[in-house]
Design a binder for this molecule. Structure first.
Ligand SMILES: [Zn+2]
Length: 138
């Protein structure tokens, strides 16, 4: 499971393992979880891998891995970056210098979601998803 935390990539990158992680309770048992080491994760905003904290519940053995709330599970780029890139393309052009191949990958997945949701106005659907913090591609 993933535990989204309010922290920036820059902060995590700077502090590394020295970051003071808050205690976390197990969602199932409401017990304080124990530290369960660190795992390395890559994010688009940092050239090196970043350590993120893991927790383990002493009762049910559930393991959760922290992740900055600015990044969806399984995606290295920040949600804001993806939103701005897609918004730029939907209103005109890819942002200068941004890899078009990656942008196109996001765009096609976004269009798939829009079709599934029967949304014709892509720009307003994108803005709606972003405002409501809904994942805007599948
Ligand atoms: Zn538990």
């Amino acid at each position: 499971m993933i535990l989204f935390v309010k922290i920036t990539i820059q902060e995590l990158s700077k502090k590394g393992k020295a970051h003071k992680w808050e205690k976390h309770q197990c969602d199932k048992c409401q017990r304080n979880m124990w530290g369960h080491g660190y795992v390395m994760r890559y994010f688009a905003e940092a050239s090196d891998a970043i350590y993120v904290k893991r927790y383990r519940c002493p009762d049910c053995s559930t393991v959760v891995t922290t992740r900055p709330e600015t990044h969806w599970k399984g995606i290295r780029s920040a949600i804001l970056t993806m939103y701005e890139v897609l918004r730029s393309k939907l209103t005109g052009f890819w942002p200068p210098g941004f890899p078009r191949q990656r942008g196109l990958h996001w765009l096609l997945r976004f269009i798939d979601l829009a079709k599934m949701e029967q949304q014709d106005n892509l720009l307003s659907f994108l803005s709606f998803c972003f405002a409501k913090q809904i994942r805007f591609f599948t």
